[in-house]
Design a protein. Structure first.
Length: 69
């Protein structure tokens, strides 16, 4: 979700989802090079209730969720 409204963006931090075919490789690269960006609530590859494998990174402006189906 990306917001044009500045107030909504502050309240709900914009988030992007990127789909990959090899989430373990993406996670290994990011966790080795930028561990400080791993989101505290999704800092490991996890199978979510909807069946996707996911992990996330975030800074103070944007979240990116990596996903593999």
């Amino acid at each position: 979700m990306v917001f044009q409204d500045e107030q909504l963006a502050r309240e709900h931090y914009p988030e992007l989802r990127l789909e990959t075919d090899n989430i373990e490789e993406v996670y290994a690269k990011i966790s080795a090079s930028h561990p400080q960006l791993l989101h505290p609530n999704l800092n490991k590859v996890s199978v979510r209730p909807w069946g996707a494998k996911e992990f996330a990174i975030a800074d103070k402006q944007l979240g990116i969720r990596f996903q593999q189906w």
